[in-house]
Design a protein around this ligand. Structure first.
Ligand code: AP5
Length: 248
């Protein structure tokens, strides 16, 4: 079993939680947003990039899924509403997401760099992030925009499995765990996400096209957008990403 390098506790739990290990520092911290439709492979690429160039994967979806595991009794009404929206494939309200980000401001300053995965997702969130980064004197290095045809997206999401504990991502055909339903990295249970059912996938794609796609224009105007094809194996997409970063 591979050792878990960083449990991202500060991000997933917030409050006074500390990460199990400080992030690996590989030169000056780099800060990217990973953009793209559900299932394009943002989480997979974030893991590969974190290992290669450093940076903590700050996934807003992972925060909500971690909150789900704490049980209904300890969830605030806002979190319960967020989880209901998420299970249906709808976006969580901007104010709830932004509150969650404000509670985790110290993660934006992570010395190892950051890979924002799944945030921002609406123009209102992007505007709020721009203001927050300016206020915190944090500079973004770029926005990696992954593109993939719909048929491939559906195949990737239908076969996806995730570790309930460390959130590692698997695929039943392309990337199964060595032991069925057991995480290679931490031994946790490997499960299917609620929102990877066909109806929720359809709703998520609509939400992406309506609310998130306009962000490409927002970041193109700022000169930050780098569009990358997400077709091919995870390693191929990773190499394509490194090539794009080297040219930036
Ligand atoms: P979130 O968790 O962010 O999900 P998502 O954006 O829908 O993205 P996914 O995690 O589904 O896909 P991914 O691109 O990371 O792909 P992955 O690497 O896993 O959000 C979930 C929900 O939370 C939202 O619907 C919303 O309700 C809520 N939410 C979160 N943030 C929010 C926000 N900011 N505002 C409002 N609401 C918010 O890969 C997919 C599968 O494909 C895996 O099985 C993987 O193994 C496989 N795979 C990956 N790459 C390849 C490859 N190159 N070749 C073959 N297989 C591959």
């Amino acid at each position: 079993m591979t050792e878990v390098l960083n449990d991202r506790a500060a991000w997933l739990k917030s409050g006074a939680a500390k990460c199990s290990k400080p992030p690996a520092v590989k030169g000056p911290p780099r800060r990217y947003i990973l953009l793209g439709p559900p299932g394009a492979g943002k989480g997979t690429q974030a893991e590969l990039l974190a290992a290669r160039i450093g940076g903590c994967q700050l996934s807003t979806g992972d925060v909500f899924r971690a909150a789900k595991n704490t049980g209904a009794a300890s969830q605030s009404p806002a979190v319960r509403t967020a989880l209901e929206a998420m299970a249906k494939g709808e976006l969580v309200q901007d104010e709830t997401v932004l509150e969650m980000i404000r509670e985790r401001l110290r993660c934006l300053h992570c010395g190892g760099g950051i890979l924002l995965d799944g945030f921002p997702r609406t123009v209102a969130q992007a505007e709020a992030l721009t203001a927050l980064l300016r206020q915190q004197k944090i500079k973004l290095d770029g926005v990696l925009n992954y593109e993939l045809p719909l048929a491939t997206i559906v195949a990737r999401l239908g076969g996806r499995r995730i570790c309930q504990t460390c959130k590692a991502v698997y695929h039943v055909e392309n990337q199964p765990p060595a032991t069925p339903e057991v995480c290679d990295k931490c031994g946790g249970d490997v499960i299917q996400r609620d929102d990877d059912q066909p109806e929720a996938i359809r709703v998520r794609m609509e939400a992406y096209e309506r609310s998130t796609l306009p962000l490409t224009e927002y970041y193109r105007k700022q000169g930050l957008l780098r569009t990358i094809s997400a077709a091919g194996s995870p390693e191929e997409v990773h190499h394509r990403t490194l090539t794009v970063l080297a040219q930036a």
